[in-house]
Ligand binder design. Structure first.
Ligand code: SF4
Ligand code: SF4
Length: 432
């Protein structure tokens, strides 16, 4: 695509990078086939090609972004399905990140919208504040059908039960059980620690049983939540904290990997190198990106010792951030199959469940429609449980289905000697 940036604009790294991506776009529209919002709305500007054009027009213009441009760009899930079919390898994620930051800086949203986004940025990345908000929301849950759209969306996602405050919120080193083969850091995360402590506990157990010393530097956000809202100052500050903490470990006793068990966060941590490309921490950020691994990648490198053979039909929901953001498509399914589960995929395996970071909270109507579509195809498999690799998608699917939803690592921990995931308590006799 022909671009028309001024030399002053191109002197800025963000514009220079976007110029490369925009120039690579052939406007061929191959990306439209997998785009959930284009499938739902059928509008060119709700397709990746249309959005690429809108981004170009918006970034080139000296005017503030137009309302309609923001509306169409806001509707993008950043699911990255479009990147999987692009013949020109346009890095849509980086383009969209720049567009969101540009909107955040140059566009004035209506007051209610600003307030919601401010609140999400101030609450979600902080486990203590998030727990408090979830407590309040649980009381409001029975009244959610009477609430206006956005509030209803927020309250509907609240889990019925919150775990007690865990002990993983401070620096600690958990030794390998048996001979130490690897030393790994685990990102315990922010929102995840507030709503579900089982995932981190299962991750730590399975890693320690398989020769890993697990280092937790602190409980904190990776920066993804604010990054997706274009709040770059906040997201960079959170990322910087992680980079410094993990580099201190690398420069001390060393690290073989930085493990992330929330695929949305993993996509961002793997992108730290790009995010900090013009920053004094560029080399450190690149090092961290190089060491970042999804938990399924690490488990596939270890020889898992299976102890039980569960007779369960598992519907595997491939999260967008894992299959498109990190290009990890089959690894979790292979691990589950090797463990003895019957693993099935829904027919729309490429489709987003509608969670997408903060999307379910800022675009609840579209998010609900996408969830209904996803839950329907998952339930058509008639599974005993649904396995997912991202806490947000777990919450989203749980809010629309009675089928137990578990993290893949909880199932793998169970079959290698850990406890049965609590969510499966209702499934009855499941192992033999
Ligand atoms: S598939 Fe790639 S090159 Fe074609 S329109 Fe989409 S982003 Fe542009
Ligand atoms: S990221 Fe997802 S929703 Fe956004 S344009 Fe690409 S396919 Fe469509």
């Amino acid at each position: 695509m022909q671009t028309n940036f001024t030399p002053e604009q191109l002197a800025k790294p963000a514009f220079a990078s976007s110029n490369v991506e925009l120039s690579a776009c052939l406007q061929c529209d191959y990306c439209a086939s997998n785009c959930p919002t284009y499938q739902m709305l059928g509008h060119e500007y709700d397709s990746p090609r249309g959005r690429v054009f809108l981004i170009k027009e918006m970034l080139e213009s000296p005017q503030r972004p137009a309302d309609t441009t923001v509306e169409h760009l806001d509707r993008c899930l950043s699911c990255l399905a479009c990147m999987s079919t692009c013949p020109s390898s346009v890095h849509y994620m980086h383009l969209m990140d720049h567009a969101r930051a540009h909107i955040e800086e140059h566009y004035r949203r209506p007051f209610k919208e600003q307030l919601l986004r401010w609140m999400l940025a101030k609450v979600l990345p902080h486990p203590g504040r998030f727990r408090l908000a979830m407590r309040g929301a649980r009381w409001l849950k029975p009244f959610s059908p009477l609430m206006p759209g956005r509030l209803r969306g927020l309250v509907a996602l609240t889990p019925h039960k919150l775990p007690p405050v865990g002990t993983l919120n401070r620096r600690q080193v958990l030794p390998a059980l048996g001979e130490r083969e690897r030393r790994v850091a685990l990102l315990t995360g922010c929102a995840q620690t507030a709503v579900n402590s089982d995932i981190n506990e299962a991750t730590i157990r399975i890693l320690r049983r398989h020769g890993c010393e697990v280092v937790i530097t602190h409980a904190g956000c990776c920066g993804a939540l604010t990054h997706h809202m274009g709040k770059m100052k906040e997201s960079h500050a959170a990322a910087e904290k992680n980079i410094r903490a993990w580099m201190a470990e690398i420069n001390g006793k060393g690290l073989d990997a930085v493990i992330v068990n929330t695929s949305g966060c993993g996509t961002v941590v793997k992108d730290y190198g790009y995010m900090f490309r013009d920053h004094p921490l560029a080399a450190s950020a690149e090092t961290i990106s190089g060491l970042a691994k999804d938990i399924s990648e690490v488990l596939s490198e270890l020889e898992l010792t299976h102890k039980s053979v569960p007779k369960l039909r598992i519907a595997y929901h491939a999260t967008c951030s894992l299959q498109f953001g990190q290009r990890i498509r089959y690894t979790p399914m292979k691990l589950l199959k090797a463990a003895g589960f019957t693993v099935l995929e829904p027919r729309d395996a490429h489709a987003c469940c509608g969670f997408a970071g903060t999307y379910a909270m800022v675009q609840p109507e579209m998010a609900t429609q996408l969830r209904q579509r996803k839950v329907q195809t998952l339930e058509q498999i008639n599974p005993d449980a649904i396995a997912v690799g991202n806490i947000g998608c777990m919450m989203q699917i749980s809010a629309g289905s009675q089928v137990p939803v578990v993290h893949t690592v909880e199932l793998l921990d169970w079959v290698t000697g850990g406890p049965m995931p609590q969510a499966l308590a209702s499934v009855g006799e499941v192992s033999g």
